[in-house]
Ligand binder design. Structure first.
Ligand code: ATP
Length: 235
């Protein structure tokens, strides 16, 4: 569904992505793992059209994405739920979610998606009129994912959904990510929480300083001794 071929990208003189080749098959969960600064977020930015791809190319459903404008990339069905949540704290939960549907016009269809999002996240439904700034960290993360879902993505890009959350909430969120995937949305999941991410993913890539250093089916990466020692900590 999504393919990156030998993608190179820079921030000024910083060579952030050094020949990234990866693919995300339709219907799967693929995870991108690696330490801080490895280039995970930069890959998502390149896919979303926010970071210029200097060499190489990106295709989505066989069509080129390289040099397509970010808003047109959203319209094609690739939507990102950003790291740090970036919700609008002054607006209500409901208003935040409706912002996610800005590319859509069919009101009835939008309402159906809203009900689906509230189905995944009943806590958001309970707080639909509350201002988003008063939500807990976990609820704000749910809101960010919910807002991305309001655009009805074919491919959902998730940037560190577990960041800063308590283990029980992380478990909830990962479970919901699996549910979203089961209902037909393909997912590219960026995580530092390698163990949890590999538990729900089909395939994983491990990045180091802008390069992919390991790849494989998630269950193989999870059981690979070298990977365990280097990336998963003591399990
Ligand atoms: P994190 O978990 O911290 O987001 P990451 O793996 O997502 O890490 P990136 O944010 O993609 O890593 O960063 C990759 C490299 O690019 C790092 O060396 C980083 O310092 C650099 N970088 C990222 N954003 C910028 C920027 N706006 N300007 C300059 N350099 C940047």
């Amino acid at each position: 569904m999504l393919k990156l071929t030998d993608v190179n990208a820079y921030y000024g003189y910083v060579h952030a992505l050094k020949g990234i080749t990866l693919s995300v098959p339709r219907g799967k969960i693929v995870t991108l793992l690696g330490a801080n600064g490895a280039g995970k977020t930069s890959i998502l930015k390149a896919i979303s059209g926010i970071l210029e791809v200097r060499d190489g190319h990106i295709t989505f459903e066989e069509a080129h994405l390289t040099s397509v404008r970010p808003e047109h990339i959203v319209a094609r069905g690739i939507v990102q739920s950003p790291e740090g949540r970036q919700i609008f704290p002054e607006l209500s939960v409901n208003e935040n979610l409706m912002i996610g549907a800005y590319t859509r016009t069919d009101k009835k269809d939008i309402k159906t998606t809203l009900e689906k999002v509230y189905g995944y996240f009943p806590r958001l439904k309970e707080r639909e009129k509350q201002t988003a700034g008063t939500l807990s960290g976990g609820e704000q993360q749910m809101l960010a994912i919910g807002r991305a879902l309001m655009a009805k993505p074919k491919l959902l890009l998730l940037d560190e959904p577990s960041l800063g959350l308590a283990p029980l909430i992380v478990k909830d969120i990962f479970h919901i990510i699996q549910e979203i995937n089961k209902s037909g949305t393909t997912i590219l999941l960026v995580e530092q929480n390698a163990y949890q991410a590999l538990a729900i993913a089909d395939y994983g890539y491990i990045l180091e300083t802008g390069k992919i250093v390991h790849r494989g089916p998630a269950n193989e990466l999870r059981n690979d001794e070298k990977v365990k020692q280097a990336y998963l900590g003591s399990l």
